[in-house]
Ligand binder design. Structure first.
Ligand SMILES: *[C@@H]1O[C@H](CO)[C@@H](O)[C@H](O)[C@H]1NC(C)=O
Ligand SMILES: *[C@@H]1O[C@H](CO)[C@@H](O)[C@H](O)[C@H]1NC(C)=O
Length: 277
């Protein structure tokens, strides 16, 4: 029999380390990020958040120093909703500010080093005036009314099912034969416009075909099985009229219940006002 020496100790340490990235630690770290965005500037020394030496901040697909990022300015936040992905050691947050000085709707992926829990990357889709049907007050009104609560364990879907539902939604933009598992009702919040306004009980998220098939690429995911949520950051092709062959930064935040899509929140960045449309 081999004596339980260093190997066992190392294995124990390793399992202890990866256990650092729990739902609870992600919740605390994400709250500290929201506090940072609220106060703006450099991270307060009293913050529980610790930054990786390699922290990368990306906004709308552009890498920025902290001082040039949205984190550098204080934002009065009216509403936030976060969900957590311990498997990827990541979180998703939606932030809404209706501040008269500068309204925003921001979706953010935080990725942490799973051993140290240091913040390794902040990837955000930052929308404001002129972006696709942007209306922070409308967004606030509708998101507040929705329920993104914890799904009882027996009714939860797997990561794979949740991800597949989100992917099917985006795949359908490029191939109208792809069937998308929409619930009835299903509501889509797009900028500040809400399909759920039409009929709260029978509303559908079904979309008409785009003028041309759209291949939605550059997808990045954060998935939370407890709330049935998947956040997909992606490029939105075609929409920006001035860049017919490009894709503009976009976020799709999706809630799945019983395998079916219940809510979609989409925010999309435009280079020209309303993407020229
Ligand atoms: C930071 O980046 C350097 C250079 O790419 C790399 O050697 C190092 O392991 C990284 N550190 C962390 C904590 O990721
Ligand atoms: C379109 O989707 C259908 C249904 O999933 C699939 O059978 C077909 O191969 C897809 N077409 C292309 C060009 O990907």
């Amino acid at each position: 029999m081999h004596p339980p020496t260093l190997l066992t100790a190392t294995a124990l340490l390793a399992s202890h380390d990866s256990a650092a990235c729990t739902r609870s630690s992600l919740t605390d770290a994400t709250a500290a990020y929201i506090a940072w965005q609220t106060s703006g500037g450099t991270l307060s020394s009293s913050s529980t958040l610790t930054l990786s030496a390699n922290l990368t901040i990306t906004e709308n697909d552009v890498v920025l120093p902290v001082a040039k990022s949205t984190l550098a300015q204080p934002i009065a936040i009216d509403f936030s909703r976060s969900f957590y992905d311990p498997v990827s050691c990541a979180s998703f947050t939606e932030l809404v500010s209706t501040a008269k000085t500068h309204p925003y709707v921001i979706h953010t992926h935080l990725f942490f080093d799973p051993d140290s829990l240091k913040l390794a990357s902040v990837d955000s889709v930052v929308t404001d005036d002129g972006d696709w049907v942007f209306d922070a007050a409308g967004y606030l009104k509708w998101t507040k009314q929705e329920k993104w609560d914890t799904i009882p364990e027996a009714r939860r879907n797997t990561r794979a099912v949740i991800k597949a539902a989100g992917d099917a939604y985006l795949d359908q933009w490029g191939n109208t034969s792809v069937s998308v598992p929409f619930a009835t009702p299903c509501a889509r919040l797009e900028g500040g416009a809400y399909t759920g306004e039409r009929s709260p009980t029978t509303n559908s998220c079904k979309m008409g075909a785009f003028p041309q098939p759209l291949k939605v690429a550059n997808r990045r995911y954060v998935i939370d099985e407890e709330v049935g949520a998947v956040s997909i950051f992606n490029g939105f092709p075609w929409l920006e009229k001035s860049k017919p062959d490009g894709a503009t930064p976009s976020s799709n935040q999706i809630r799945v219940e019983g395998g079916l899509i219940r809510y979609i929140h989409e925010i999309t960045v435009c280079e020209t006002k309303r993407c020229g449309r």
